[in-house]
Design a binder for this molecule. Structure first.
Ligand code: SAH
Length: 542
């Protein structure tokens, strides 16, 4: 048995709450759906949790949740799914199918037309411009939808023109769009709020329209009612409910800023936004084109830290980007287990095997990132640990920028800090070590290209974490002792941290070279040097 929960955002307007409640009651009275509740995610009563609680109390374990929003913006894409997620935690076993936003839909356009007609009374459409005012969003896709509805409203209805505007967050504002219409020669304008119910923002549309009208007495400015509780809206709710039940949600996500990079919005791509439900999609959400489908403009690169090795030490943001990726260029040290979770059609490129041709390996990788992004693909450059800790991540970022490809960086859990932690060693501890230095051991002391001041490290008292030092550890230990570090300084070697084969060896600084060789410590391994390393065997209380 499936129950329907209609989810509103909530409003400070009592009239808006009443209209919402009236619509829920209207849908209930239709009798098409066995059990219907309505709730708000904020500001108004009843809260969503009461609505879901009531349905669960009546035995429902599978719900349809319908976001009562006109456009697919943050509330519908993120806030309401997040609120439903909290309900699922509250009620273990609860499942739900998520409906898509109400608009755009011909029923809404007809309802808008009726509201505009009511405002026009008997005045003629041909002499009337319409300003369709949406809520406005930081999501360009949602704003574009209002523009689309404006156009659809214009088509075939005989108005002199319809222009979109926004009451918050986006432009043109109400006075701007009214001024635009005035300059186009409008004598009569109907301001039509693209809003479901009364609220603070629709009130603001009325106030700003009145202000503009007062300043332009030659203009006839009228404001239409919001869509409001009506039969058409109930019809639409029932249609969206049927779609969700049937698994037939045809939401257009081709220009969703959370999945494709758009100028000025590249930082939204892959943000931890609950993905909306796409039952027609093999992985249930958000994917409409394969990597061999070329796009000219929406490609992007994300340089992503995958954490030290285990699949679940990646960040939520990085995982979301992987879920949305068309191409993944992966390092050997990146968590390989994550590749198994990619959609089958994702192109996985092993960075170690990128064809090099005459250029250097890094140049070849940079070129691959740029060319896939330019072909319109969402590229994830998956690296081990953190991309900026000995990861050459910034070289790739600079290469993308130089090529004009949108690029973002997602920090990761670095092995420099994670490997000691996973072996029981804190890199700092009150009263024991107040500094930690992360050092590359790639070049041995004395190498002409070395930038490390080994003598200074020998004088320091705190923690030194050495990466890429398996081959150089004996030489490094000798140089540190030579410059004054105590030979008995504890050292911990951690190999394959976080992986099934993790092992660690605890010794003195003057023995680490010989012991590491004898024990066969091999890459990837970090060496933690300093008083904290003793915690590996003795624990902090000893
Ligand atoms: N960007 C990475 C480091 C790249 S350099 C990060 O932030 O972790 C590669 C070095 O990282 C290896 O030589 C080794 O010193 C260390 N390393 C990476 N993964 C490791 C692991 N699972 N266990 C131990 N050391 C690791």
């Amino acid at each position: 048995m499936t129950g329907l929960v209609i989810v509103g955002h909530g409003t400070r307007s009592a009239a808006g709450v009443d209209q919402f409640a009236a619509l829920v009651e209207r849908v209930r009275r239709r009798g098409d759906i066995a059990d219907v509740e309505g709730g708000f995610i904020e500001l108004s009563r009843p809260p969503l949790t009461d609505a879901v609680g009531a349905l669960v109390a009546r035995g429902h374990r599978a719900l349809v949740a319908l976001p009562l929003v006109l456009t697919a913006a943050g509330h519908g894409k993120g806030d309401i799914p997040a609120a439903m997620g909290r309900e699922q935690q509250r009620h273990p076993g609860l499942t739900y199918r998520y409906g898509r936003p109400l608009g755009p839909h011909p029923l809404l356009h007809t309802a808008l037309e009726e509201r505009i007609d009511a405002a026009l009374a008997d005045a003629d459409r041909a002499g009337t411009f319409v300003a369709l005012i949406g809520r406005g969003s930081t999501d360009p896709d949602a704003n574009a939808e209002v523009a689309k509805v404006a156009r659809l409203l214009w088509e075939g209805r005989g108005y002199a023109g319809v222009e979109p505007g926004f009451i918050s967050l986006a432009q043109p504002s109400v006075p701007q769009v009214l001024d635009r219409l005035r300059r186009l020669g409008a004598r009569r304008i109907v301001v039509a709020p693209y809003f479901l119910f009364a609220g603070v923002l629709p009130d603001r549309i009325v106030a700003q329209s009145a202000e503009f009208a007062a300043a332009h007495p030659d203009l006839d400015v009228r404001v239409a009612e919001v869509i409001g509780d009506c039969a058409a809206l109930a019809d639409l709710v029932l249609e969206r409910h049927a779609e969700a039940l049937g698994g037939d949600i045809r939401m257009n996500c081709d220009t969703c800023a959370y999945r494709v990079s758009m100028p000025g919005f590249a930082d939204k791509v892959g943000r931890p936004q609950r993905p909306h439900d796409h039952p027609d999609d093999p992985v249930g959400h958000h994917h409409h084109h394969g990597h061999d489908h070329d796009h000219e403009h929406d490609g992007s690169v994300a340089v992503v830290g995958g954490g030290p090795g285990p699949d679940d030490l990646i960040t939520v943001r990085a995982q979301a980007l992987l879920d949305a990726a068309d191409v993944v260029v992966v390092d050997r040290l990146a968590p390989q287990g994550l590749l198994a979770g990619l959609r089958p059609d994702v192109l996985v490129i092993d960075a170690a095997k990128v064809p090099r041709g005459p250029s250097m390996a890094q140049d070849a990788i940079n070129a691959a990132l740029v060319s896939h992004a330019r072909a319109g693909r969402r590229v994830v450059r998956l690296k081990g640990g953190d991309p900026y800790v000995f990861g050459r991540g910034h070289e790739e970022v600079l290469a993308c920028r130089a090529a004009g490809v949108p690029v973002t960086v997602v920090p990761g859990v670095s092995s420099a800090l994670a490997a000691p932690a996973l072996a029981g060693v804190p890199v700092t501890h009150r009263g024991v070590a107040h500094d930690v230095t992360v050092v590359s051991g790639h070049l041995p002391p004395g190498h002409p290209d070395s930038l490390v001041d080994w003598a200074a490290l020998a004088r320091a008292r705190g923690t030194v974490v050495l990466l890429m030092a398996v081959d150089t550890i004996a030489k490094i230990a000798a140089v540190l002792i030579e410059h004054g570090r105590a030979p008995e300084t504890p050292v911990l070697a951690v190999q394959d941290a976080g992986l099934p084969g993790q092992r660690s060896v605890s010794v003195r600084l003057d023995e680490i070279g010989a012991v590491a060789a004898r024990e066969g410590i091999g890459p990837p391994a970090v060496f933690v040097l300093g008083p904290v390393a003793a915690f590996a065997t003795t624990g902090p209380s000893a």
